[in-house]
Design a protein around this ligand. Structure first.
Ligand code: ADP
Ligand code: MG
Length: 322
């Protein structure tokens, strides 16, 4: 590679509830687990990434104060929470970013386009991380424009229903708008989120519809995130990403281990060391359901696809330049 990679990826969609945060946090955690240095920037005033990754559970978030200060002062963005997971640093978002909306609007009034604002503040981060991921909030025009203008790659999570897909053309317009100040911002692809099991027809239809709305370059990733409400709720309650829930599920003793405790032989040998090791868990120890494994597989494969596509497009750009 002749130039150092610059990989700022924004997960965005002006619709809420389409998986922006779940996909951002899980892809960030998977890429970090695979060995890339990753920085997650949460540009959402809801700060939900902190629930997924756990730093809101122990209140170690500053609710976006540092991010607000860095942007409004024009300082280089630097990590606020180091090693939220090995290789994964975070700049938290949260309610303090309400002020960011107002500040960005005041800048727009002064004729400063939001799309050009954040990119210059990312230079250090891009030099220090293999991947910078931005989670965005729904609906807020100026923050979204800021994030789009700072990104090299746009990934669009969407649900497969027509209402969600129909809105994508508006998003395509926003990416085009961001390109006026950041000519290298490109759509990397879209992610179908919350897809029911065996929904081949729905998926095919959604693939075609997305392509119609966004064009070939936004081709949907083959891996979709399956519907798993229970796992998603547990993830946020516990502050664990999907692969961590899957590890927890894998550690759950087999259900039949409780039988040993209740056989005559089990009762007789109950005080031996050997039987102590085979003892069933206390009933109130709640392990994640086995279905977490499927969701974790989706995120692992999705991350692999996203990274492969980034690398392939980087190589293609380099070949074209040489
Ligand atoms: N695989 C899934 N299946 C169903 N619901 C999910 C799944 N993953 C996350 N969710 C839930 O969907 C909702 C929206 O997800 P979120 O990632 O917060 O979307 P956004 O950031 O676009 O608003 C949340 O309540 C989340 O718990
Ligand atoms: Mg969100």
């Amino acid at each position: 590679m002749t130039t150092s990679p610059r990989r700022a990826v924004v997960f965005t969609n002006h619709k809420g509830g389409v998986g922006k945060t779940s996909v951002s946090t899980n892809v960030a955690a998977e890429a970090a687990r695979a060995g890339w240095r990753v920085l997650l920037i949460d540009l959402d005033k809801q700060g939900s990434a902190g629930w997924d990754l756990g730093y809101r559970h122990d209140d170690s978030t500053d609710h976006g104060q540092a991010l607000l200060d860095m942007i409004t002062n024009g300082d280089q963005l630097r990590p606020i929470l180091a090693d939220v997971r090995p290789n994964l640093d975070v700049i938290p978002g949260g309610q303090k970013l309400t002020e960011l909306d107002l500040w960005l609007m005041s800048q727009v009034m002064k004729g400063v386009p939001p799309a050009g604002m954040l990119r210059p503040l990312l230079t250090d981060a891009l030099n220090n991380y293999d991947l910078v991921i931005m989670d965005t909030n729904p609906g807020v025009e100026s923050v979204m424009q800021t994030a789009l203008g700072a990104a090299h790659w746009v990934v669009i999570p969407t649900q497969p229903d027509w209402n969600s897909i129909d809105g994508l053309s508006e998003l395509a317009g926003k990416v085009a708008q961001a390109r006026t100040t950041s000519p290298d911002v490109r759509v990397l692809g879209s992610v179908l989120f919350d897809i029911p099991a065996n929904a081949h027809q729905i998926r095919k239809r959604a693939d075609d519809d997305v392509t119609e709305m966004l064009g070939e370059e936004a081709e949907t990733f083959k891996t979709r995130v399956r519907s798993a409400k229970k796992i998603a709720t547990l993830a946020r309650e516990r502050g664990q990403v999907a692969y961590e829930l899957a590890t927890d599920a894998a550690n759950a003793p087999a259900w039949h281990s409780i039988l040993a405790k209740h056989t005559l032989a089990g009762a007789e040998g109950a005080n031996t060391e050997e039987s102590a090791q085979g003892v069933a868990p206390e009933e109130d120890v709640e392990y994640a359901p086995k279905s977490a494994t499927g969701v974790a597989d989706d995120y692992e494969q999705l991350t692999s696809e996203i990274i492969r596509r980034i690398i392939a497009r980087e190589d293609a750009t380099e070949d074209a330049a040489s």
